[in-house]
Design a protein around this ligand. Structure first.
Ligand code: IVH
Length: 699
């Protein structure tokens, strides 16, 4: 039952009461954490409540209802989404793009109903995500749908359950009002830019296709047939409308509706209440200013007539609600002409195409180049040289080509052929099986070489101050270096003839290079730029091998036996060391005295914090992959096995745990989360306490 001693009441009625109380408490603490960002109990206490809830559900599986906090994930994958008819049309909005358009909207309305001149407005940010429609019966979340065509949407209930800030049961707050018997709420599912970048990073690392923008990522994640995939996606929710309210005391204004949703425990958009359109225009400008630094994409504001009865009377034109209007921000997407496609060569030799554009302004910035991701992308989107193309730049994201405007084709456009030779050195390019990228395989390619040097000198690697991209390119162009080892043979007089180098700067750089000889082994390994060897893998290697000599003799089999290193990376490492030119490089490094030896003698096993403990992992941990968690435990002296038995000391449980959890519960193996694992390693007092508690519970 977790690392906690749990005493359940013997009396059935008492147990039932406690069960209901726990569900309420946990919902409330979820809400404090995910909606208010203001938790009032520690993770440890939270885990304790969850453990108690699980213990009761274990004893009484018949009590478990879908609104239990344990039921966020758990629905099996579906083969398709069920269609659901919306209880009322899910309308959309007309757009205006300037103040005059906004004034014209109100004048049109005033002709239909002069009351609009007396009412006030709410102004809300327009979140660039996708509409979700959430149904609650007696406060319980029973159905969630996408917008679809506004009449019929798709049932994505199981996926929406995994969104932590979505209330499964309301009221969520102890002081919250009682919801009406039937309530349908509309909101936006979205992803922050930071979460989107991190997700794409993960997808790329797994060889999967990244999403083009946060909106697509949110839509793709919500429309997953397997809810356990959605559960791992950082989807968020903000609500902004009551679609159906069946019950007494229905809010009469949009402002009151938002306050009411907030009181029920929903995450709600931040709104301004404006007495007139001048105020609404100021609110628009406020959001426009915030937009570049706002954590998620906004594409405008929505201005709504506050009086809901008046809104209803105004009705709709086609599918657009009359009583609201989207005041859109200037486009982050524009069209321009694609003049040329050029190719960048990266450190590992990967070739990346980019677009050369007729300069165009997007959101106040002049854009001349945009990324085309990879050669498959160009082919799949059928992007041709000379095309009118849609370019998008959102937030801090690098501008990219969304696609061509096919209707604007003249027939003059040219189909682009990916290069067969490296544009910088002319060596033939290669495609690696199973990857989309093309590679220049000439390790002496000047483009690769200068990127390699830049990487070698970067802060996380050898940290050579004053050696960035520009200087690296200068050194390569002047043929002063043929590989990273040559850096250590540079003399100030070699550098003085270079542009921008005077005596002082030349001396400083040479000193900085020499000073880097003492960097630890892991940084040198990382700096070599071996494919697949990032900072984490480099550390694992430096922990296992005392120096580069030992590493270069390692076999692929031996390398992949290291926790955290897979067979593909192992092979990359072996291939790298096998190359003649890299062997020469190593010799030069050794002669120059760049030959660190692993400094830390590994502490004897018994001294390590997790010595003698056996762990099993289930589910997805919040910050570590399973491999990383394994490596982490082993580094600290623990053992990791694959299945739970009586010998297991702890089961580490992440999101969407598998059957191991049940087994652990049956055997009485304590369960902990990632955070607790880290605390065990970092905090000896905590560890002792936990182990003592464990000994007690195991009798
Ligand atoms: S109100 C009758 N409020 O924008 C229309 N929509 O372009 C009700 N959106 O489909 C929508 N933030 O997905 C409203 N604060 C907000 C919004 C918002 C984003 C989205 C929503 C809608 C689309 C219309």
């Amino acid at each position: 039952m977790g690392p906690f001693t749990i005493q359940l009441p013997d009396d059935e009625a008492e147990l039932r009461r406690r069960y209901e109380e726990l569900k309420r408490l946990i919902h409330y603490h979820n809400y404090r954490y995910y909606v208010l960002n203001d938790p009032i109990i520690s993770d440890y206490e939270y885990d304790r409540l969850m453990a108690e809830l699980r213990a009761i559900e274990e004893k009484h599986p018949e009590w478990v209802t879908p609104d239990s906090p344990t039921q966020r994930v758990g629905a099996p994958p579906a083969s398709e989404f069920r269609k659901v008819r919306h209880p009322a049309p899910i309308l959309s909005l007309a757009n205006v793009f300037d103040d005059a358009g906004l004034d014209a909207w109100l004048q049109r309305l005033a002709r239909l109903d002069p009351a609009v001149l007396e009412t006030d407005f709410t102004v809300e940010p327009k979140i660039d995500g996708l509409t979700v429609v959430l149904h609650y019966r007696d406060g319980v979340f029973v159905l969630g749908a996408t917008r679809g065509d506004g009449e019929v949407g798709e049932d994505v209930t199981a996926n929406l359950r995994t969104v932590r800030s979505l209330p499964l049961r309301i009221p969520t707050r102890p002081d919250g009002p009682k919801p009406p018997p039937y309530l349908v709420v509309r909101g936006e599912a979205y992803m922050t830019r930071a979460d989107f970048e991190a997700l794409n990073e993960q997808l790329r690392a797994r060889g999967e296709r990244p999403f083009a923008n946060p909106r697509n990522a949110a839509a793709g994640s919500l429309r997953q047939l397997d809810p356990s995939v959605t559960a791992q996606r950082p989807l968020r929710l903000l609500t902004y409308q009551i679609v159906v309210y069946e019950g007494p005391d229905e809010p009469r204004t949009q402002w009151d509706a938002l306050r009411y949703l907030e009181a029920l425990g929903f995450p709600v958009v931040e709104a301004d209440l404006c007495p007139d359109l001048d105020c609404a225009k100021r609110a628009y400008r406020k959001w426009l200013q915030r937009r570049p630094t706002w954590p998620y994409d906004l594409d405008g504001v929505v201005i709504k007539i506050n009086d809901l009865e008046l809104q209803r009377r105004l009705g709709a034109v086609g599918k657009d609600a009359r009583g609201m209007i989207a005041y859109k921000f200037p486009a982050q997407e524009v069209t321009t002409t694609l003049r040329d496609i050029k190719v960048n060569v990266g450190r590992t030799g990967v070739l990346t195409p980019y677009a050369v554009l007729d300069p165009v302004e997007i959101g106040g910035v002049i854009v001349r180049k945009a990324t085309l991701h990879n050669f498959d992308y160009i082919r799949e989107k059928d992007i041709r040289i000379g095309d009118r193309v849609i370019v998008r730049r959102a937030g801090d994201v690098i501008p990219y080509i969304v696609g061509p405007v096919i209707a604007a084709r003249t027939g003059e456009e040219r189909i682009y052929e990916p290069p067969t030779h490296c544009p910088v050195c002319g060596a033939p390019v290669e495609k690696v099986e199973g990857e989309v990228a093309l590679y220049c395989i000439n390790a002496a390619c000047p483009a690769q070489l200068s990127r390699n040097i830049e990487h070698f000198a970067s802060r996380e690697a050898m940290d050579i101050e004053g050696l960035g991209r520009k200087v690296a390119e200068q050194l390569v162009a002047a043929k002063l270096v043929n590989d990273v080892a040559d850096l250590y043979y540079l003399k100030p007089e070699d550098l003085i003839p270079l542009e921008g180098f005077a005596e002082k700067k030349a001396h400083k750089l040479v000193e900085a290079i020499q000073a880097s000889k003492d960097r630890p082994l892991e940084r040198l390994i990382y700096g070599l730029g071996i494919r697949g060897v990032g900072a984490v893998t480099a550390r694992l290697l430096a922990e296992r091998y005392p120096d580069l000599d030992a590493l270069r003799h390692a076999t692929a089999e031996e390398l992949s036996s290291i926790e955290g290193i897979g067979p593909v990376t192992a092979q990359f490492i072996v291939d790298w060391f096998r190359r003649k030119q890299h062997q020469r490089l190593l010799e030069k490094l050794r002669r120059a005295g760049v030959w660190p030896r692993a400094s830390r003698p590994s502490p004897s096993a018994e001294d390590q914090p997790l010595a003698g403990l056996t762990f099993v992992i289930t589910g997805t941990l919040p910050t570590m992959t399973r491999e990383e968690a394994k490596a982490y435990i082993q580094r600290h002296g623990g053992r990791v096995t694959n299945s739970v038995s009586r010998k297991t000391d702890f089961l580490i449980v992440g999101a969407n745990p598998g059957s191991k959890l049940r087994k652990a519960q049956t055997l009485g193996v304590p369960t902990i989360d990632e955070e607790t694992l880290r605390r065990m390693v970092e905090d000896p007092g905590f560890r002792e306490q936990l182990l003592a508690q464990r000994r007690r519970t195991q009798g």
